[in-house]
Design a protein around this ligand. Sequence first.
Ligand code: NAP
Length: 263
Amino acid sequence: MTGLLAGKRGLIMGVANERSIAWGIAKAMAEAGAELAFTYQGEAFGSRLRPLAESVGSDFMVDADVTDDAALDGAFAELQERWGTMDFLVHAIAFSDKSELTGRFLNTSRENFKHSLDISAYSFIEVARRAHPMMIDNGGTLMTLTYQGSNRVVPNYNVMGVAKAALESATRYLANDLGPEGIRVNAISPGPMKTLAGAAIGGARKTYKHTDQNAPMRSNATLEAVGATAVYLASDGGACTTGQIINVDGGFHVLGMPQQENL
Ligand code: NAP
C-alpha cells in the first residue's frame, strides 16, 4: 500500500488506545503515506494519544467531544487554519451506557436512547457538515464504523443496533447529498473486535468466539484488514464507491446458521 495515500491529509476521530479500530486505520493510512490529524476527548485521553500520534509522524491533535458544538467548531477551525483542505475523515466513535448493553432491549431508557444515537449516529452528520467545506474543491472521503447488529439481532447489542441502523442510513443520505461535490461517504462493518467499546457489550467474549469459529474465513477481522479497507476507500481506487456498507468480518454476515461442526 506504500504511497497509495501520498499527498493526502485526513482526520482520525476515535483513537482511545492502540487496540482502537481508529488506530488500526491510522497506522495503515500513515504507512500508505497520508498526513494525519487526530481528535481526542479531554486532556487525559490527549496524553494517551500523543505518543501514538507521534509514532506516525503527527503532532496535530485537537480536543473534540462530539456532543459539544463549540468544541467541534473549534476543532474544525484549527483544521481549516492549519490545512485549509482535507482529503478524508474517519469517524470511529460510539457510546452507550454499559448497563443497557446487556439484558432486555425492552428496557432501553429514553435518556440513553437519545445519548447513544447522538454520539454514535448524529455526530457523523455534524462532522460531515464541518468537513465538507474543506473537501469541496478537490473531493474527499468520509467514512464511519458500523456493525451488523444494525440489521440483525445480536444479543445484548440492544440500543447500539438502533444507533448503527441510523448511522448506516445517514451514510446513504450523506453519500447522495455530497456526491455531486465529489465527496464519497461509506461505512466499514467489521465483525467483533477486542476494543474498549467492544468489551462494553454484554457477553462480548462469547460473541467474539462464536464469530471467530463460524465465519466462512474462520476468523474475525484484524486491525490490519480494517486499516487496509480504509486505505482503499480513501485512495483513488475507491473513486466510484459511495453509500456502501463494506463488511470486513471474515464473511460472517452471509451465514444462515452456525457451521455444522459447532452445533
Ligand atoms: P474504542 O477504541 O473504545 O473507540 C471508541 C471511541 O469513541 C473512543 O476513542 C472514544 O473516546 C470515542 N468517543 C465516545 N464518545 C465520544 C464523544 N462524546 N466524543 C468524542 N469521542 C467519543 O472502540 P472501537 O471498537 O475501536 O470503536 C470504534 C468504532 O468501531 C465505533 O463506532 C464502534 O461501534 C465500531 N465498531 C466496533 C466493533 C467492535 O467489535 N469493537 C465492531 C464494529 C464496529 P474516549 O475513549 O475518549 O471516550
